[in-house]
Design a protein around this ligand. Sequence first.
Ligand SMILES: *[C@@H]1O[C@H](CO)[C@@H](O)[C@H](O)[C@H]1NC(C)=O
Length: 376
Amino acid sequence: MWSRLALCVCLAGSVAAMCPDDPEVDLCEEAADETSHSIRNGAWIALFLPLASTRPSLATGLAMALAAGSVGVDAVTCGELKTFYKNEQCCGQPTLELSAPVPGTASCPYSFAKPACSNAEPQTPRDLTAGAVGQMTPKAATLTDDQANFLPLVNVHFHLGAEHKSEAYSDDTDSIAYDAASSGRRLASNPRPGFMCSKSSLNATQLAPYTFSYCKGDVQVGKSYEIHYVHSSAGTDNNPDAINADLLADGLGGAANGRGLLNPMVVVQGQIFQIVNGAADVDDMLHGWTVVGHDNSVMYPGSTTGQSHDNEVCSPYSITWHVDKDCHQVSPESFDMLCKQMKETYGMEDDLYPHGSRMLVDPMYVVKSEFVKPLA
Ligand SMILES: *[C@@H]1O[C@H](CO)[C@@H](O)[C@H](O)[C@H]1NC(C)=O
């Protein structure tokens, strides 16, 4: 089903934008490799909501929308689709134009192409330090804390370093080194580090290495992580009496397109944790951020994040951000417990690794500072 969507979108005239980011990789290979670690950290899985647009759920959603709507769709088998793909000699030819419509598709009513930043709604991450500017006036409303908590929690994941920047997390040493080594390109196996909390006041005991049993990849004592608590109206749970019921899953497929909903309302709460030996234990880091009182949290309108977006290719999703501007120290045991819960309770695998951080978005593509308000 999803290949049909990809082809459909290709037909809609946005080959490079919608198809898997690496144009040299064939659709068939991508599908087969979808769950592998190299791809997971690679071009098109390491991002956020947009990954859902290349996942089966969205293809299924579109197919359902097509089937339910006025657009006629004939049943097409995967084999027929594959034959079509091969007959068109698509493999290895990402820019080749198809000679005929994809079987079964009368037309393609939606474009899932990522917009150029010059044509996109305000983006995330934004600089949250005092005096940081932005140029955009948002159209979407910003949801409040109560409204966020009304939406089901559909996914929790963490980024290496903070994607946002605040006075507390502003050390960009690792980001600069990564960008220099990668010359702007994504390094397939390594997530891009974001901003780190200062380590200058930590002693050797506090910084001693810890062996994580559940968290994978670059999870280390001394480093900081921005955890994203993703709430979405597309969450499977729509029982108001069981909001935030246990329905977490890997990736943001559920946030972007759960139950085929194409315009979900999404709020992401971001909290930055620095892993420090001997720091406080947090009983449950998984089911919501630990920030209370919101003395130093902001809300603003933005987008999804991740390394597949930069200052040219932007995210097509408008979402509300709630971001805490403090660094919260946490014990490595608690951080590993987060991964343990993700794995054992929810069967999550991909999100046990840190995701890469999007570079701070240019002021041209983020909201004016007047739209960054104290969280209410
Ligand atoms: C390191 O700092 C912690 C927390 O302040 C303190 O309890 C510990 O004694 C220090 N260790 C050393 C070796 O200085």
